[in-house]
Design a protein around this ligand. Sequence first.
Ligand code: SF4
Length: 380
Amino acid sequence: MQATLTDIPLAGPLAAYRGLEDAPLAARIEAVRRRMGRRLVILGHHYQQDGVIAHADLQGDSYQLSKSAAEREACEAIVFCGVHFMAETADILANRPEQVAARAGRRVTVVLPDLAAGCSMADMAAIEQVEDAWADLGSVVDTADITPVTYINSAASLKAFCGRHGGIVCTSSNAEAVLKWAFARRRRVLFFPDQHLGRNTARRMGIPLGEMCVWNPHEPTLGGNSASQVQGSRVILWQGHCSVHAMFRPEHVDACRQAQPGVKILVHPECSMEVVDKADLVGSTSFILKQVEQAPAGTQWAIGTELHLVKRLEKNHPEQQIRFLSPVMCMCATMYRIDLAHLCWSLEHLEAGQPVNTIEVDAETAKWAVTALERMLAVS
Ligand code: SF4
């Protein structure tokens, strides 16, 4: 039998929330939102499930969300319904030393409702591996001639690595502008953790594949490359990928075109080069949303990005024909871990003054990560 609203004490153990149905959980979440008012900001990433998005104050991509929350003066707590690196970015931006000083030393509490909500792509580049790669690269090329560029989908420690080494952060919206900035300063780029965004962007800029190599962090030397391969590369691509976008295949594009002649194929640049090459349009989540919003009624789309986002587009744009590019479900399973039970549990603890699953980036890491983020802001 399902538990009811009155069966569990407020701010009880997580297990007590797991047995509740969605309706009482939603009512309790809304009650916390009402009581905390503008002191609380709930952020919902575009890939989040609808039931959670319904309670978000803001919906967007990771950088937009963190930036907007950090700008809210009354905000005392951010609950990020996303994944771990997103909550880190929110903490870094909301708790810059000058902002904390302006609040008389008060930090904004940042909560990730389920600490197991990680990102498989971010996990493919550990700071120790990147530091080893940097040292290894230094044995065959001058690292003073390499700009490290990290996709925002990475741990704070990697952003800090970029800050320390004259590098920069990019998003899927500004990757090309960031690479141009990097090449205006130094000859080479080490791009991590997503090889596909790096490769797709560099190719669009006219850099041939022959001037790129892939760095496998599990290989004992030079990421599995010869010295001459590394020396001949302007772009060194970390061998990481998004497990969601990697599921789209070129044959899915062929099948959609065959089934629906005239369909427009719209994909995210985290997809492989083979998929991107066959698509009509390629761009970030904001780009995808804009294309659909601006298209005339009756436009036929097959969209290659995370399932929840595509389903929401389908629901919000009944005037268009929107389908998912892949026959298999490509969803961000780690983000999906954040459900109403985790959200309610974390909110009630937060309100009770016993926050759980708080994310706090250490001051030194945050300082250098902000340096890399500020370089990005100056570019875009
Ligand atoms: S969709 Fe891919 S890159 Fe985005 S959070 Fe999920 S695993 Fe990470």
